[in-house]
Design a protein around this ligand. Structure first.
Ligand code: ATP
Length: 344
C-alpha cells in the first residue's frame, strides 16, 4: 500500500525523539531507515505499527488516516530482531498462527502455509521446532509468519542483527528477492549502511529525531545534502576550508566552505604521472592498508589527511614517500547549502 507520514512528532517526557518527520512511500517499495543508535528509527516504526501514539502528525495508509486504529487493524506484518518464534510450536504452526487468529478455514490455511514454506525456502522443515533450526532459518520462519495473513505493509526492525556476517549477507539478497516477488511495501530499520545500500530502493537517513535526507542509495552517495549524511554514507575526508587545496583556492565564498571529498575523486602518484602539476599538491604517504582488491592510502597534505584507494603493486608507493595529489571534485557545505565544486 501507499504510505504517507505528515509532520510526525514524538516526545518522551522532555526528550524530543522524533521531530517533524514527513515522507511518502510508493506501493511495493522497500525503504531503509538508516542512522545512528538513538536517532528515532524504532520510534517511527512503532508509531506506524500503532504500538506508540504520535505526539502530533498524521499517518496515512491507502489515503486514510490510521492514527486511531489499533495495530491489529492496520494490516501490518512485523519482523523484529528478537521477535521470538513460539518455542513450543512447529514451523508449520508458527506460520499458521496469524491465520488461526483470523479464523481462516483449515484447508485454505494449509494451502497458504505451504505457499509460504515454499516462498521462504523452508520445505522439509515444517515439522521442526525453533530450537532445531539455524538463526537464519528461524528468521525466515519469522518472515513467513509475518507474511501469512497477507499484510499490506511489512515492518522490519534490524531483522538480521543477531545473525552472523556470512549468513546475514545471504539473507539480504534473499530478502530483496522475497520482497520483489511478494510486491509488498516494506520498511527496514538498520544502522548498517552496507545493508541499507544493498537492500533498499530508497534510504531515509534519520539522525537526532530528524529526517536528514531521502533518496536512492546512489543519489544519497552522490549528492549528500548535509555533512552528516555525507559522512554517514560512504568513505570521505572532511576539509575545514576547501581553499586550502590548490584548484579550489580562487572561487570567492567557495574557498571558505567546508568540504567533503570521496576517495574516488582523489588521484595520487609520483610526480612524473601528472601533467597538470599546477593543480596538484605535494603530500606524503602516511599509511597503507591492503583492503582486498585495493590499497587504501592515507596521504598528508598540509594539516589534512586524505584517504584514497589505489590498485597497485605495493612497491610502487611506500609509506614516507612524497607524492602528487590531485583532488578532482569536492562536496561543499556552509550553514544552509551544499554544492559541488570541480578542480579548476
Ligand atoms: P537504535 O538503533 O538504538 O534502536 P533508534 O534510532 O531506533 O535507535 P529509538 O529507539 O527510536 O532510536 O529511540 C530514540 C530515542 O528515544 C532514544 O534516545 C531513546 O532512548 C528514546 N526512547 C525511545 N523509547 C522511549 C520510551 N518509551 N521512553 C523514553 N525514551 C524513549
Amino acid at each position: 500500500m501507499h504510505v504517507e507520514v505528515r509532520h510526525l512528532d514524538k516526545h518522551f517526557g522532555q526528550f524530543h525523539a522524533v521531530q517533524d518527520v514527513s515522507f511518502s512511500i510508493a506501493k511495493g517499495h522497500l525503504i531503509g531507515l538508516l542512522g545512528p543508535s538513538g536517532g528515532g528509527k524504532t520510534s517511527i516504526l512503532r508509531m506506524l505499527a500503532g504500538l506508540e501514539t504520535p505526539g502530533s502528525g498524521e499517518i496515512i495508509f491507502h489515503g486514510k488516516t490510521v492514527n486511531h486504529l489499533p495495530p491489529q487493524e492496520r494490516e501490518i506484518g512485523f519482523v523484529f530482531q528478537n521477535y521470538a518464534l513460539f518455542k513450543h510450536m512447529t514451523v508449520f504452526d508458527n506460520i499458521a498462527f496469524g491465520l488461526k487468529v483470523k479464523k481462516i478455514r483449515k484447508e485454505a490455511m494449509r494451502d497458504r502455509v505451504r505457499e509460504l514454506v515454499e516462498l521462504t525456502g523452508l520445505s522439509g522443515f515444517e515439522h521442526r521446532y525453533p530450537h532445531q533450526l539455524s538463526g537464519g532459518q528461524r528468521q525466515r520462519v519469522a518472515f513467513a509468519r509475518a507474511l501469512a495473513p497477507e499484510p499490506q505493509l511489512l515492518l522490519l526492525d534490524e531483522p538480521f542483527a543477531a545473525i552472523d556476517a556470512k549468513i546475514r549477507q545471504e539473507l539480504r539478497t534473499w530478502l530483496r528477492e522475497l520482497i520483489e516477488r511478494v510486491g509488498i511495501t516494506s520498511i527496514f530499520v538498520t544502522h548498517d549502511q552496507d545493508e541499507a545500500i544493498e537492500v533498499a530502493d530508497e534510504i531515509m537517513i534519520i539522525n537526532g529525531g530528524r529526517l536528514e535526507q531521502k533518496g536512492t542509495p546512489w543519489d544519497i552517495y552522490k549528492q549528500p545534502s548535509t555533512p552528516f549524511v555525507a559522512s554517514f554514507i560512504g568513505e570521505s575526508t572532511i576539509i575545514e576550508e576547501i581553499g586550502q587545496l590548490k584548484g579550489f583556492d580562487h572561487h570567492g565564498i567557495t574557498a571558505s566552505a567546508r568540504a567533503l571529498i570521496r576517495p574516488e575523486y582523489i588521484e595520487i602518484g609520483p610526480a612524473h604521472e601528472f601533467r597538470l602539476l599546477s593543480a596538484t599538491e605535494t603530500g606524503t604517504v602516511k599509511h597503507m592498508h591492503f583492503r582486498g582488491s585495493q590499497w587504501m592510502v592515507e596521504v598528508e597534505v598540509g594539516t589534512n589527511r586524505l584517504i584514497t584507494y589505489r590498485s597497485l603493486e605495493k612497491d610502487t608507493l611506500e609509506v614516507g614517500q612524497d607524492v602528487q595529489v590531485l583532488v578532482h571534485r569536492a562536496y561543499l557545505f556552509n550553514d544552509d547549502e551544499s554544492w559541488i565544486a570541480e578542480n579548476a
